[in-house]
Design a protein around this ligand. Structure first.
Ligand code: FE2
Ligand code: FE2
Length: 219
């Protein structure tokens, strides 16, 4: 199929799977105890530093100049998100410098992304799919913040962070249109996207089981 048809199909497949990450009435956790905005923002710090670093590693390791430049912009955006979230934590009375988000090492999604070697797989997994997940998770997190009465954090996500993540997803779409032109590259891209979604779903199930977290923001 053409790259255009492929990207449309992959987007539809992703959306169908992403609906499973959307809040489910039967799974809606009780929002109490440690499940609060500051603790979720600490999860966000980890996601943002991992997103910064994976884009930086790929920037160095990817030969295509247009992809390098897209990744360079993403490195800057994700690092800026980290700084904005750290500032918000400080406003809420927490010292972000006391948190080392990488103290437990890198997560399984980071390790999977880091293992990808072709540009088409990186763009399909890291930008087109991971950033679509981020958009869904951030929308859930904004609702969570509003229910918790935290309009400052909700506004930061709605007005600043979410539009960037949407831009990263759109960059992924544009690059895929150029890169996913053969059956072989389309198969590789689809497999990388599916694994990314499966990992996101596993991670969410684990977070829900261990910490009752259902609204952690993405990046
Ligand atoms: Fe992003
Ligand atoms: Fe981000």
């Amino acid at each position: 199929m053409t790259a255009d048809e492929f990207v449309r199909q992959l987007g539809a497949e992703n959306d169908a799977l992403l609906a499973r990450l959307a809040p489910d009435d039967t799974l809606k956790p009780e929002v109490e105890g440690a499940l609060n905005v500051p603790n979720l923002l600490k999860v966000a710090l980890k996601n943002e530093i991992e997103a910064t670093e994976i884009a930086a590693r790929w920037l160095v390791a990817t030969p295509e100049v247009d992809v390098k430049l897209a990744l360079a912009r993403q490195v800057g955006d994700e690092a800026r998100h980290y700084g904005l979230i750290a500032s918000r934590l400080r406003e809420l009375g927490f010292d972000p410098d006391a948190v080392n988000p990488l103290a437990q090492g890198y997560g399984p999604l980071f390790q999977f992304l880091d293992s990808l070697t072709t540009t088409v797989e990186r763009v399909a997994a890291g930008q087109f799919t991971r950033e679509a997940i981020a958009v869904v998770k951030n929308r859930q997190f904004i609702e969570f913040c509003e229910r918790a009465g935290d309009r400052g954090t909700a506004t930061l996500y709605r007005d600043v962070i979410e539009p960037d993540e949407r831009h990263h997803h759109d960059l992924g779409r544009r690059l895929l249109l150029r890169l996913a032109t053969t059956a072989e590259s389309q198969d590789a891209a689809r497999a990388a996207a599916r694994r990314t979604l499966a990992l996101a779903e596993e991670l969410q199930a684990r977070a829900l089981a261990t910490a009752g977290i259902h609204h952690a923001p993405g990046c």
